[in-house]
Design a protein around this ligand. Structure first.
Ligand code: 3UK
Length: 550
C-alpha cells in the first residue's frame, strides 16, 4: 500500500511556464493519494494524449472509428493527424510553451476534441469553458488562470471578444468551425500530420476544470496527466466496463469533467468511439441514440426522466443501447424505475465531482439499489465523517469523505482547506452508509433542512413527490418559519394536463405523507413552469430560497 500526499516539487516538470504549478495547494493541504490497484502504477513521465490517442495508431489500430460528429467522422489516425496539425500551429504560430493555459470554447464536436488533444500534446493546460458563459464569466476564468491562448468556435466568438477587452494576458485567439472550414483548419492545413508530444511529467498539470459551482468566485481544479489516466483505471475499468466496439453518447459538455471523462477520455482509453454533437437536449438525445446506434449513454437524472416520458408518447429505436450512466445529481428511485420500465436498462448511478475529476462512489447494474448511490469505486475509499473528522456508525448521517488516486487541488484558493481535511476530500454532501455498506445520498450539506427540530433531506421529499404521476419535476427547500425555524416548501412542475390548484396541493401533500414519514410533508407547495438549473443540469435550490430572485 502506498499513501502519499503531494508531489515532489519541480521533479522533472516539462513546464516552462510554471504559473499553474506554483499555485498548487501547499503540501500540507494536499489530499492523501492511494495507488493500490495494479492499474495505478505510473512511471515518472506521462503524457495522457500519448496513452489515449497515439497508442492506438502505434498499435496499428489507426483506422478504427473514433469521433462521430454531426458533420464528420474521424478514425483514430484522422483525429491524431488533426490534433498534431493544431499542436504545430499552437507552438509555431501562436507561441505556446509548455504550461501555458489555453481556453477552449465550443459545444461538443470532434473539432473541440482535436483542440483538447492538441493542447495536451503540446504540454499546454486545457481550460474548458461552458458554451453559454458570458463575457463577464469568461473574463473571471481568464484572469484566474492567467489564460494566454484561446481556441474558440466562431459562432461563440463574440462573448470571448468582449471578455478580451479586460484580459491583457489573452493575446492569441484563433477561431474554428465545426464543419471543418474556418480559420483554424485553414491555418493548420499546411502543418505536418506528425508531432512529437511534449515529454511531460506524470504530475504535470494538463487541465484546469472550473467548478460548475453555485455561487461565488469560480474555483479552478488542477488535474495532472496522471489524474486523467488514474480515473480511466478506476470507475470505467471496474464499474462501467466498456468494450472497444461501444459507441458512447450523451449530453454533458466536454468543459464539465463528467463529459470530458464520459464522452472523450473513457471511450478513447478502450479504443471505442464516441458521438460528439451539440444537440443533446433530452428531446434530441433519444433520436440521436437511434441514429448513431449508440451503446453507452451519459446524462443527468432529469434527462432520463424526461426521456422516459418522451418514450411513453412516441417510440424510439433504442435497440443498440446497453449501458446508461447518471451523475451530476442524486438519481431519484422513481426515475430509475421509470427508465427501467421504458427501456429495460438498469441505470448506473455514480457520484463524481470536478475536484476528483470523475466518479468515486457508484454501482453497476448488478449492485444498483434504488435510492442509493453505491459503493466506493475500486481505487477509492469512502467514509462518513462527523464534524470532528471521526467515522460515524452505519446509518448515521454525516459528511461524505473520499480518497483515491485523484484528489482536490484548487488553483490558488483558500477554499482548499474546506474540501481537503485530514487528507480526505470532503465533497460537501450529507450521506449515510446503510447496513450493506451502500452510500445513500441525503442532500448537499448546506441543503439539509432543519424543521421543528428534525433534520430533513430536501431530495428525499423530492423523491417522494416524483413518485406521483402528476409531477414532472420538483425542488424542495427549507423556508423560514417563525414557529418551526424552517418549513418544507416544494416547487413543483406538473405534467401536461394537470392543474396546480388547492386540490392538487392537498393531493400531493397527502401523497407524500403516505410515502415517507408524515412529518416530512411539504407544508407549502407552489407550482412553476420550469425550475432553475445550471448548464450541467443541476437544480439551483439556492435560487428558490427565501430572498432569492428565481
Ligand atoms: C453532486 C451527486 C448525488 C454532489 C460530476 C460525475 O457532478 C459532478 O461534478 P460537480 O463538481 O458536482 C459535484 C457534486 O454534484 N452529485 C454528482 N453526482 C451525484 N449527488 N448523486 C450523484 N450521482 O453534490 C457532488 O458533490 O459539478 C459527476 C463525474 C464528474 C463530475 N464532475
Amino acid at each position: 500500500m502506498s499513501t502519499s500526499s503531494g508531489t515532489a516539487a519541480g521533479a522533472g516538470t516539462a513546464h516552462v511556464d510554471t504559473f499553474a504549478r506554483e499555485r498548487l495547494p501547499p503540501p500540507p493541504q494536499m489530499p492523501d493519494l492511494l495507488f493500490e490497484l495494479p492499474g495505478l502504477q505510473f512511471g515518472p513521465r506521462l503524457n495522457c494524449a500519448s496513452e489515449l490517442l497515439d497508442r492506438w495508431v502505434a498499435q496499428g489500430q489507426g483506422a478504427r472509428a473514433c469521433l462521430i460528429g454531426a458533420h464528420r467522422r474521424w478514425s483514430y489516425a484522422e483525429l491524431q493527424a488533426e490534433a498534431n496539425r493544431i499542436a504545430h500551429l499552437l507552438v509555431e504560430d501562436m507561441g505556446l510553451v509548455p504550461g501555458n493555459r489555453v481556453l477552449l470554447r465550443g459545444g461538443n464536436s470532434p473539432m473541440l476534441a482535436a483542440c483538447w488533444f492538441a493542447v495536451v500534446k503540446a504540454g499546454g493546460i486545457a481550460v474548458g469553458t461552458m458554451p453559454l458563459l458570458r463575457a463577464r464569466e469568461l473574463a473571471a476564468i481568464v484572469d484566474k488562470a492567467q489564460v494566454t491562448h484561446a481556441l474558440c468556435d466562431a459562432r461563440l466568438a463574440e462573448e470571448l471578444e468582449l471578455a478580451r477587452r479586460q484580459c491583457p494576458t489573452l493575446t492569441q485567439v484563433r477561431q474554428f468551425a465545426v464543419d471543418g472550414g474556418g480559420e483554424l483548419a485553414a491555418l493548420a492545413s499546411s502543418k505536418p500530420a506528425t508531432f512529437a508530444n511534449v515529454d511531460t511529467a506524470a504530475d504535470d498539470i494538463c487541465l484546469i476544470a472550473f467548478t460548475s459551482g453555485t455561487t461565488g468566485v469560480p474555483k479552478g481544479t488542477l488535474h495532472f496527466h496522471r489524474d486523467v489516466m488514474a480515473a480511466c483505471a478506476c470507475w470505467p475499468a471496474h464499474v462501467l466496463r466498456p468494450r472497444a466496439d461501444d459507441v458512447f453518447i450523451g449530453s454533458p459538455p466536454l468543459a464539465f469533467t463528467f463529459g470530458l471523462g464520459g464522452l472523450l477520455v473513457f471511450p478513447l482509453a478502450v479504443g471505442a468511439s464516441t458521438v460528439l454533437v451539440e444537440q443533446v437536449a433530452p428531446g434530441a438525445l433519444l433520436p440521436a441514440i437511434g441514429q448513431y446506434r449508440a451503446t453507452v449513454c451519459f446524462t443527468a437524472p432529469t434527462s432520463y426522466r424526461a426521456m422516459a416520458a418522451q418514450l411513453s408518447a412516441e417510440p424510439h429505436d433504442l435497440t443498440s443501447l446497453r449501458k446508461c450512466v447518471s451523475a451530476g445529481e442524486a438519481l431519484p428511485a422513481a426515475t430509475r424505475t421509470l427508465w427501467k420500465e421504458a427501456t429495460g436498462i438498469e441505470i448506473i448511478d455514480g457520484i463524481g465531482s470536478t475536484e476528483m475529476f470523475h466518479i468515486f462512489v457508484s454501482a453497476d447494474e448488478a449492485h444498483a439499489r434504488p435510492g442509493a448511490t453505491g459503493l466506493a469505486v475500486p481505487g477509492y475509499r469512502a467514509a462518513i465523517l462527523d464534524d470532528d473528522g471521526r467515522e460515524v456508525p452505519r446509518g448515521t448521517v454525516g459528511r461524505l469523505a473520499v480518497k483515491g488516486p485523484t484528489g482536490c487541488k484548487y488553483l490558488d484558493d483558500p477554499r482548499q482547506s474546506n474540501y481537503v481535511q485530514h487528507g480526505w476530500n470532503l465533497t460537501g454532501d450529507a450521506y449515510l452508509q446503510d447496513a450493506d455498506g451502500q452510500f445513500v445520498y441525503q442532500a448537499r450539506t448546506d441543503d439539509m433542512i432543519i424543521s421543528g427540530g428534525y433534520n430533513l433531506s430536501g431530495p428525499e421529499v423530492e423523491g417522494a413527490l416524483l413518485l406521483h404521476p402528476a409531477v414532472a419535476e420538483c425542488a424542495v427547500v427549507g423556508w423560514p418559519d417563525e414557529a418551526r425555524g424552517n418549513i418544507v416548501k416544494a416547487f413543483v412542475v406538473l405534467r401536461a394536463g394537470h392543474i396546480g390548484d388547492a386540490a392538487m396541493v392537498r393531493t400531493l401533500q397527502d401523497f407524500v405523507k403516505q410515502t415517507i414519514a408524515p412529518y416530512k410533508y411539504p407544508r407549502e407547495i407552489v407550482f412553476r413552469d420550469t425550475l432553475p438549473r445550471t448548464e450541467t443540469g443541476k437544480l439551483q435550490r439556492f435560487r428558490l430560497r427565501a430572498g432569492a430572485d428565481a
